[in-house]
Design a protein around this ligand. Structure first.
Ligand code: ATP
Ligand code: NCN
Length: 186
């Protein structure tokens, strides 16, 4: 019998995706004993963050995956769960759909302050190994690895609004998509 596929989920707004997400995925794949990393864009954000349309964010994530040799994927699962975007519901859905997989959940250390407002975080921890990445600027106990890139989607949206092109922070294929679809004022 084959061992279960180990999948690390990196959920987020990806508004837009950036090199911090990409570096995080590579770091996790390189060090956390997982076979695949799945970007998982939010469909309905639990805290109602307003974003570019789901379809655009999902396609930008897909473009960011295109050069990885099959281990980096984008999951549109949150568009199928049909609830209010809570991660515990997504995990339950994924476990039912892929009973042969084992899921880990990746979060950056900036998320720690939000966890008291998450639904059933205790249950999430029983369902999946939670890996907290050391996001630069957000030191915390229990993180893994060195501080990762100083880059955020907020900063990128602000730069684009000022007319700058942050080509050092956003993969070229993502910027091309944003430009083709006139996202973020491009
Ligand atoms: N530079 C980074 N280093 C480590 N983790 C990151 C980094 N950027 C994002 N993450 C993590 O990736 C997940 C998704 O992040 P998200 O899509 O919200 O990006 P963001 O840059 O935090 O966006 P925003 O600025 O709009 O809040 C979160 O768990 C977040 O902590
Ligand atoms: O489950 C929850 O209650 C919950 C509350 C807030 C955020 N999340 C998830 O956390 C991930 C990162 O969110 P964000 O705000 O950094 O884009 C994303 O997958 C969200 O769905 C989950």
């Amino acid at each position: 019998m084959r061992p279960p596929l180990q999948v690390a989920l990196l959920g987020g707004s990806f508004n837009p995706p950036h090199v911090g997400h990409l570096l995080a995925a590579h770091y996790v794949r390189a060090t956390q004993g997982v076979d695949e990393v799945w970007f998982m864009p939010t469909f309905v954000h639990p805290f109602r963050k307003s974003t570019a349309p789901f379809e655009d964010r999902a396609r930008m994530c897909e473009r960011m995956c295109q050069d990885a040799a099959g281990w980096l994927k984008t999951s549109r699962v949150e568009s199928e769960v049909g609830k209010d975007g809570r991660t515990v519901d997504t995990l339950e859905f994924l476990q039912a759909r892929y009973p042969e997989h084992r899921f880990a959940l990746i979060i950056g250390s900036d998320i720690i302050r939000d966890l008291p407002n998450w639904k059933d975080f205790d249950r999430i921890q029983r369902m999946a190994r939670v890996v907290v990445l050391n996001r630069a600027g957000y030191p915390a106990d229990g993180t893994v690895g060195p501080p990762l890139a100083v880059v955020s989607s907020t900063d990128i949206r602000e730069r684009l609004a000022r007319g700058e092109l942050p080509s050092d922070l956003v993969p070229r294929v993502v910027l091309d998509y944003a430009r083709e679809h006139h996202l973020y004022g491009l």
